[in-house]
Write a protein that binds this ligand. Structure first.
Ligand code: ARG
Length: 476
C-alpha cells in the first residue's frame, strides 16, 4: 500500500477501507493526462521561481520516463497505489529522489483530479464528435442516392403520407447535427483550467494560473477555487449529450428493427451485422440494432447517477465525487462503440426500394392529396375530407387503392372528380409537390443535401488549433 499521507495516523489503514477508498483500478485511465498536468505544473512552478531549473529538468525527465515505461509495458500500474496520482508521485520519487517530493508544491489532489478529468473529457468530446461526423457522412451518402426512393411516412406507426428514404434519413441527420453542436458548446464551456485551485482555497505560492491554463490549451483559468475543485457540470453535460446521442441511435435502431422484420422487408441487414439462432435455422436477427437500443439505458443510468451524486454535496471537494469516473468511462466506451457499429450496420444495409415504394402506394398515403385535389376544385376542405373518407372505406372493402378506382366509381362519391385526378394523386406527384424547404420533394431535398454537404465539409474542430502543441513548446 503506497499512500501520499500517513503522517498524522497512528495505525495502518484497514485493508477493506483501503480497497473501498482506492480508485486506481479506474483512474489509471487518465494516466497520460495526469502526467501532462504535472508537466505543465512543473514548468509553471519553475517560471515562477518556485522550482529551480535543475529540479524541473529532473522532474520532467522522471515524468516522461514513467510515461514511456508504462507505455512500453516496463512499468505496470498496480493496485498497491491508492490512485493514479499516488502511483506517479511515488514512482517519481523512487526514480529521482528528493526533487520528486517537490512536484506536489502548490497543488492538491483535488485540483489535480479536477484537471485530469477535464483533460480526459475534453479529448473524448472531440473523439465522439468525430465518430458522429463519420456517421453523418454515411447518412448523407444514403440520402444522395435516395432522393427518389419513395416510402410511407408514418404517424402513430400508421401510414400517413408518402416521403422518401432521403427525407427519412435526413431527419436523423438533423438530430446528429444538433448532437454535434451540443458537444461544441460543452467543449468551449468546459475549457477552463482548474489547476492552482489547491485543495479549495488556492495557494500561498505565487502561481501563474493563466500560464498553466494556456500551455494546456485552455481558454484561461477557472475563477473560483472552491467551484474549481467541486464542479462536475461538464461531466453531467457530456453525459446528457451522450444520452441524447443514444436516444437518437436507439430510435433509429427501433426503425431498422421494424424495417428489417419479415412483415416490412424495407431493408436487409448485411450478414456481417446480423446473428443467427441456435435452434431456428431460418433466423437472421438484428442483434446489433437491438443492443444499441438496449445499451441506451446504461448511458442514461450514468447521467442519473452523477446527477444524484452531485445533488447533496456541500462545497468544496467531497469523496463522493470519485464516483464521477467509472460510469462516465463506461458511458463513453458504450457510445463510441455504438456509433462505430451503427455506422457499419447502416453503411452495409440494403434498402429494398421496390418494397418501400409498394408500401407507400398502398395504405392510402395519398388520401390528403386526394382531398386537396377536391379543394383545388372548390370543395371546402371539411367536405373533401369526408368524401375521401368514404372513398377509403369503399376501397378497404374492395381491397384496392384510390387510384385503382374507375372515374365512374369516383364520380359516384363526388362529381367533381375528373380524369386528371390520377395524375394528381400518384405517388410521385404526392411527394414532388411538397417543395417547401424541409419537405421531401426532390428539388427541396437536393437543396437541403447541398447545405448538409457544405456543413460536413468543414468541422468546428477545424476552427482553431483546439488542443494545441503548446505543452511541447513550453518544455523547450
Ligand atoms: N481519487 C480521488 C477522486 O477521484 C482523487 C482526489 C482525492 N482527494 C482527496 N482529498 N482525497 O476524486
Amino acid at each position: 500500500m503506497a499512500q501520499l499521507w500517513g503522517g498524522r495516523f497512528t495505525k495502518e489503514i484497514d485493508q477493506l477501507v483501503y480497497q473501498f477508498n482506492a480508485s486506481i483500478s479506474f483512474d489509471q485511465r487518465f494516466f497520460k493526462q495526469d502526467i501532462e498536468g504535472s508537466i505543465a505544473h512543473v514548468i509553471m512552478l519553475t517560471k515562477q521561481g518556485i522550482l529551480t531549473k535543475e529540479e524541473k529538468d529532473a522532474i520532467l525527465k522522471g515524468l516522461t520516463g514513467i510515461r514511456q515505461d508504462v507505455e512500453d509495458g516496463k512499468l505496470v500500474i498496480t493496485d498497491e497505489y491508492e490512485d493514479i496520482h499516488s502511483f506517479v508521485e511515488a514512482n517519481l520519487i523512487s526514480r529521482i529522489g528528493d526533487a520528486g517530493k517537490k512536484l506536489h508544491t502548490g497543488r492538491s489532489r483535488n485540483d489535480q483530479v479536477a484537471l485530469d478529468m477535464r483533460l480526459y473529457i475534453r479529448l473524448e468530446v472531440l473523439y465522439v464528435d468525430e465518430l458522429l461526423k463519420t456517421l453523418m457522412q454515411t447518412l448523407l451518402t444514403i440520402m444522395e442516392k435516395n432522393v427518389e426512393t419513395y416510402m410511407p411516412g408514418f404517424t402513430h406507426l400508421q401510414k400517413a403520407q408518402p416521403v422518401t428514404l432521403a427525407h427519412h434519413v435526413g431527419a436523423y441527420f438533423e438530430m446528429f447535427k444538433r448532437d454535434r453542436s451540443r458537444l461544441k458548446d460543452i467543449f468551449y464551456r468546459m475549457n477552463y483550467c482548474p489547476l492552482g485551485a489547491g485543495a479549495l482555497a488556492g495557494t500561498t505560492y505565487p502561481l501563474d494560473r493563466s500560464y498553466t491554463a494556456s500551455i494546456l490549451g485552455f481558454e484561461g483559468p477557472t475563477l473560483n477555487s472552491m467551484d474549481s475543485v467541486s464542479d462536475r457540470d461538464y461531466v453531467i453535460e457530456f453525459l446528457a449529450a451522450l444520452s441524447t446521442i443514444m436516444m437518437h441511435l436507439s430510435r433509429f435502431c427501433e426503425e431498422i428493427i421494424i424495417w428489417n422484420s419479415n412483415e416490412y422487408r424495407f431493408v436487409e441487414i448485411d450478414d456481417a451485422y446480423a446473428t443467427g439462432s441456435s435452434i431456428m435455422p431460418q433466423k437472421k436477427n438484428p442483434d446489433i440494432a437491438e443492443l444499441v437500443r438496449g445499451k441506451t439505458g446504461r448511458v442514461y443510468g450514468a447521467l442519473v447517477s452523477i446527477l444524484t451524486t452531485m445533488k447533496g454535496i456541500p462545497l468544496a471537494y467531497n469523496k463522493d465525487m470519485q464516483e464521477d469516473k467509472e460510469l462516465t468511462f463506461d458511458a463513453i466506451d458504450t457510445v463510441k462503440g455504438c456509433l462505430a457499429l451503427f455506422e457499419g450496420m447502416i453503411r452495409t444495409m440494403r434498402f429494398n426500394r421496390d418494397v418501400m415504394e409498394k408500401s407507400a402506394a398502398m395504405g392510402f398515403t395519398n388520401a390528403t392529396d386526394a382531398a386537396d385535389y377536391l379543394v383545388g376544385r372548390g370543395v371546402p376542405f371539411r367536405d373533401a375530407h369526408s368524401i375521401i373518407g368514404k372513398l377509403v372505406l369503399y376501397c378497404i372493402d374492395k381491397k384496392c387503392s384510390i387510384e385503382e378506382l374507375s372515374l365512374e366509381e369516383l364520380k359516384e362519391v363526388s362529381p367533381v372528380f375528373e380524369e386528371d385526378v390520377y395524375d394528381a394523386i400518384c405517388l410521385k406527384t404526392c411527394v414532388e409537390k411538397r417543395l417547401t424547404i424541409g419537405a421531401p420533394g426532390a428539388k427541396a431535398m437536393r437543396e437541403v443535401i447541398a447545405r448538409e454537404k457544405a456543413y460536413l465539409s468543414k468541422s468546428w474542430q477545424d476552427e482553431e488549433d483546439l488542443l494545441g502543441g503548446r505543452l511541447g513548446e513550453a518544455i523547450k
